[in-house]
Design a protein around this ligand. Structure first.
Ligand SMILES: [Fe+2]
Ligand SMILES: [Fe+2]
Length: 184
């Protein structure tokens, strides 16, 4: 009898899961899976930037990029959790290798800024898709990312401006490195 009840429970759970599976459209799921790859690639890119700053013994900037990489991984997992919650399937694909070296610290932050602008474009495309598919839940999730991208672009742009003001060499840049190292 106990076994029967357990079996019944398991079948019900499976039915439930199958029902949940229909909660996300394939077009949306595919687009979110692509975005998971991009967020993980962002994490990879910022990890490479952190490694580059370590070679310059700019420990503050290295730490800043390490924290940034962790944030990107958290973004990927936010999308991951959403797909799971809606009974979909997370599909991970190969992540492109980032560069090893940059010309200067300024070039690193300029690339970070350009990269964030590109990500904003992808998030906007996702919003457009969610609207087209009338998927309000996905649109709601994406609004968090719309807001996040405003902050991401502003942060990168601010650092680019500061480096330009201070110049890449000497004491002034070391002060900025110290400031960047305060990021938690
Ligand atoms: Fe991100
Ligand atoms: Fe980002």
């Amino acid at each position: 009898m106990v076994l029967w009840k357990r079996l019944k429970g398991a079948v019900q759970t499976l039915r439930c899961r199958n029902k949940v599976k229909s909660m996300i459209k394939e077009t949306i799921q595919d687009a979110i899976n692509r975005q998971i790859n991009r967020e993980l690639h962002s994490a990879y890119l910022y990890t490479a930037m952190s490694a580059y700053f370590e070679t310059l013994t700019l420990r503050g900037a290295a730490k800043y990029m390490r924290v940034q990489a962790n944030e990107e991984r958290a973004h990927a997992m936010k999308f991951f959790d959403y797909i799971v919650e809606r009974g979909g399937t997370v599909k991970l694909t190969a992540i492109d290798a980032p560069p090893v070296k940059w010309e200067s610290p300024l070039k690193v932050f300029e690339e970070a800024y350009k990269h964030e602008q590109k990500v904003t474009g992808w998030i906007n495309d996702l919003v457009n898709l969610a609207i087209k598919e009338q998927d309000h839940a996905t649109n709601n999730l994406l609004q968090w990312f719309v807001k996040e991208q405003v902050e991401e672009e502003a942060n990168a742009a601010e650092i680019v401006e500061k480096i330009k003001m201070l110049g890449p060499e000497g004491h002034a840049f070391l002060w900025l490195d110290h400031e960047l190292g305060k990021r938690e």
